[in-house]
Design a protein around this ligand. Sequence first.
Ligand code: NAP
Length: 471
Amino acid sequence: MTNPDSQTPTWRIAVIGSGPSAFYAAQFALNQKDVDVRLDMFERLPVPFGLVRLGVAPDHQVVKRVVNIYNKVAAAPGFRYFGNVELGRDLQIEDLERRYDQIIYAFGCSKSSNIGLPGEELAGVHGAAEMVGWYNGHPDFRGERYGLSEVEHAVVIGNGNVALDVARVLLQPPERLAPSDISDAALEELRRSSIREVSMLGRRGPAQAAYSAKELEEVDEVDEVELVVSKQEATPDPKSAAWLEEHGSRGKQRSVRYLKTCSEREPDQHSRKFRCRFLLSPVAFLGSERVEAVRVEQMEIYEDDAGVLRSRSTGTTQDIPCQMVLLSVGYRGDPLPGVPYNERNGAVPNVDGRVQHEPGGDVRAGHFAVGWSKRGPSGIIGTNMADSRATVMCMMEDRRSGSGLNPSSDQDTAELLRERGAEVVTWADWLRLDAWEVAEGKKRGKLRQKLETVEEMMRVIRELRDAEADS
Ligand code: NAP
């Protein structure tokens, strides 16, 4: 299609989701020359930024500064934001296929994976992703209750960076979090917490842990928190040690050295303990109504026929008493109506970002995926820069070769949504709400007072619109 005013071809793109991968894809698409890019971004919640707002820990505010880049993207001509618009409720995929040349899925993964073990349904067993959403004021997890006043020892299953985030938030003095943008309800519950110890369990050894060295050290650096690890568990088995020396990244080597140092120092009696455990894999959660212990089997590292180091059970088990378990074994995406879904990783099946009808099936022309919708739940915010760019390259290639959707409707999506009675949040609305949250936060000595329900967000947005119209 060509823009009648300029004879420049128009490239109409719909993006589903508004997190980092969505914004990087928008940035690269909007930067293309010789084409008039019209990019509409759709977000289920009124507020943008996905995991930057709702996933990054409240004591990691520096990371959140990345939104300065996204704000510039949103200011570009050709960008429109449609907040409070849900695919399957307000819009169907067919509506988008009739109006856009290409569609990008960037809705990510927002729930914890479960591991299907006996006792997982016991009270006190929770997903880490849900806790992350809870302390970040995610409307979906507002009602979560953890009963932290009854918990002295919490066990986190898995040792990725999310496990470290929840351990750090649970262990640090709550007053350190008070000036951040943490949810008020979470802060109140953390103030009542009786937690003295968090144990983080990895099913493999310290040389195979999923966390980053910097994030591991950060927990130990928090005042009144001490990383505790036994000499035995901090020491990689001989095969892992040899692998680490020859092939291990600098980060892996650094984290193993750090654990060794921690294992050699005198324990401090006063601090809350962050206990790193290795080669322990959960087999059941025990308790009558509430969880009372995690049964774990002892693992060992072995080299398989292909020379890969793996872990296997030694056949012995032990029970670790606790009053709360957090499953931090990765995230999972929910399927969206009309969008192909890969059960294996909870993402959209794709080859290099080109969506397939089903995993391993034919490519669905005109449909693309970025971020966790593309890769599954792995990688940090920065990973999305190159990854979204690669998908946009494929989109350009397909556009040039004429492969894509054949939009048939001249009706603007904004008009369609008006007809359907959807109450769309525009970028100008978000900027008003953003300023309001920051101002409300300032009154309370916080960086931001987040609104935590869609109803409250919409009420304040309406009031701010009206106030602006009256002035
Ligand atoms: P992750 O890094 O994939 O870690 C998942 C952990 O769960 C691993 O330790 C894994 O062990 C374990 N696990 C999986 N299935 C298990 C099972 N059945 N039983 C026991 N353990 C099991 O996932 P994540 O921590 O959710 O993080 C997701 C992504 O976000 C990562 O790329 C992470 O780096 C990123 N992130 C970054 C930051 C940051 O930079 N500050 C913060 C948060 C998240 P195995 O390794 O043995 O499979």
